[in-house]
Design a protein around this ligand. Structure first.
Ligand code: DQA
Length: 151
């Protein structure tokens, strides 16, 4: 099983960015923990961060692979601010039709009203938010369990 983890804009600044909200873990530490968890679960994981909407769209399309032969089996995505704005990322996820889980470090529903709306959530397998770096761990566990159950 091959999985893709996508991190959107400003997540490269984790560790120094608003630590009260997002915690003190760096993105490299989050990715390393996910890779360890993936190895224990026996799945292959690729992590990708980018600040640009189009680059995230390109990476999602790449995960879709050729028709009938996807390069990834599922996606974990923290689209960060693009969660609330990006029709292009939603469309890319729908185009490749891979199961995906939406992840957020913070509880977006307990924040400003503009963060309450997600353009991805209604098509996600699930949404995990509010647990800091643990949100990613829970999302990975959920995605793998779903894919194994549906194999
Ligand atoms: C975030 C929440 C978003 O609203 C915000 O724009 C981010 C991070 C989170 O992980 O909590 O950049 O996705």
């Amino acid at each position: 099983m091959r999985l893709l983890v996508l991190h959107g804009p400003n997540l490269n600044l984790l560790g120094q960015r608003e630590p009260g909200l997002y915690g003190s873990n760096t993105l490299a530490a989050i990715d390393a923990a996910l890779e360890q968890q993936a190895a224990a679960l026996g799945v292959e994981l690729t992590c990708f961060q980018n600040n640009h909407e189009g680059a995230l769209v390109d990476r999602i399309q790449e995960a879709g692979g050729q028709a009938g032969s996807p390069a990834s089996d599922g996606i974990l995505i923290n689209a960060a601010a693009y969660t609330h704005t990006s029709v292009a990322i939603r469309d890319a996820l729908l185009a490749v039709a891979l199961p995906f889980v939406e992840v957020h470090l913070s509880n977006t529903h307990a924040r400003e009203p503009f963060r309450h709306r997600s353009l991805l959530a209604d098509r996600a397998l699930g949404v995990v938010c509010g647990f800091g770096a643990t949100s990613y761990r829970l999302a990975l566990e959920g995605l793998v369990a779903h894919l194994r159950a549906s194999a």
